[in-house]
Structures are given as structure tokens and as C-alpha cells.
Ligand binder design. Structure first.
Ligand SMILES: [Fe+2]
Ligand SMILES: [Fe+2]
Length: 184
């Protein structure tokens, strides 16, 4: 089965509940990718997957935002992180409206591309920096200092590789949706 989003250890934050939920999100995206790659992008089934993603992402963001506030992270991080979550939800709403008007495989492939792209970048930047700050604060570092230190967190080569591989598969899938099948 084609996995449009391959989970790799590079995406792990070390916070169990967060990592489990990220894997849950990845599974939903992969279900949609599998349906699309098998050519059964049934609009109702795809809408049901999107609705599950909505619920799951909403719940996941609530958990992360609770963790950030509970650990007293620097508001500069929390504000940026919450704004990014809200942006994602508003993008999902736009996507839903577009797909409500009649989905086609190309629209779905582009939607999947956006989901993988956003989750990869958000995870490798904000979620990773959130985890670093939570650990530093738990060990007695002041939140403002933890924030400064977290800014030096950069995606490792392994994380970049994981993301490029996910995006390559997505583009392959999009090309499959865009190009007419070869006639034998
Ligand atoms: Fe997040
Ligand atoms: Fe997250």
C-alpha cells in the first residue's frame, strides 16, 4: 500500500501523547492516499476521512495547547504555535468548501499534498521546539531562556530526508491523478 506520509523517528517529539496523535493523523492521511491511489476517490468516503481529520486535528491541537500553557511556555512560542494551528483549521474549512462543490482526484491529490506539507513543517519546527522547551522548563530553565535555546533547533538531515520522501510520493500520486492512464 502506498503511504503518502511515511512516519519516521525524525518526527518523534518524545512526548508520548503527542507522538501517538501525530501517528493517528498520519494514518488518516495515508487512508485517503491509499483510496486515491487505488482509484476509488469516492466523494462520500473522502468527505468522511476529511471529517475525521477535522475532529482529530482539533482534539490534538487542544492537547498541545494545554501542554504549552500547563508548562508555562514563553507566550512568544505559544502565540505563534496556536496561530499556526488556527491557520491549519481555517485551511481545512476552505478545502472542505471546495470539495463540497464536487471533488475530483486532482483536488484530492492537492489536498493531500497540502496536509503532508503542513504537518511535516509544523512538526519539524513548532512541535519539536515545543517539546524542547517543555523538557528545559521541567529541568528548571526559565521559559524565556528555554524559548531562546529552542530557536537553535533545526531540522536534522534525517528529518529533511523523511519530509522530502513524503513529498516525493505525494507528487507521484498527484501526477497519477493528473495524467490519463496509458492505453495498452
Ligand atoms: Fe502543534
Ligand atoms: Fe502536533
Amino acid at each position: 500500500m502506498l503511504e503518502v506520509f511515511k512516519w519516521s523517528q525524525s518526527f518523534a517529539t518524545g512526548i508520548e501523547v503527542v507522538d501517538l496523535q501525530h501517528q493517528g493523523l498520519v494514518e488518516i492521511i495515508n487512508e485517503a492516499g491509499a483510496a486515491l491511489s487505488q482509484g476509488n476517490a469516492d466523494p462520500e468516503a473522502m468527505q468522511a476521512i476529511l471529517a475525521r481529520l477535522f475532529d482529530y486535528a482539533g482534539e490534538h491541537f487542544r492537547i498541545e495547547e494545554g501542554l504549552m500553557r500547563g508548562h508555562g511556555l514563553d507566550p512568544r512560542h505559544t502565540q505563534q504555535h496556536v496561530a499556526d494551528h488556527q491557520h491549519f483549521i481555517s485551511q481545512l474549512r476552505l478545502i472542505k468548501d471546495v470539495l463540497d462543490d464536487g471533488a475530483n482526484p486532482i483536488a484530492w491529490a492537492m489536498t493531500l499534498g497540502f496536509l503532508v506539507y503542513w504537518l511535516s513543517f509544523h512538526n519539524l519546527d513548532l512541535d519539536q521546539r515545543m517539546a524542547v522547551q517543555m523538557r528545559l522548563i521541567a529541568h528548571g530553565t526559565r521559559p524565556s531562556l528555554a524559548y531562546d535555546q529552542s530557536l537553535s533547533v533545526r531540522a536534522s538531515d534525517a528529518s529533511r530526508e523523511a519530509m522530502v520522501s513524503a513529498l516525493t510520493d505525494i507528487y507521484r500520486l498527484s501526477a497519477g491523478a493528473l495524467l490519463p492512464p496509458l492505453k495498452g
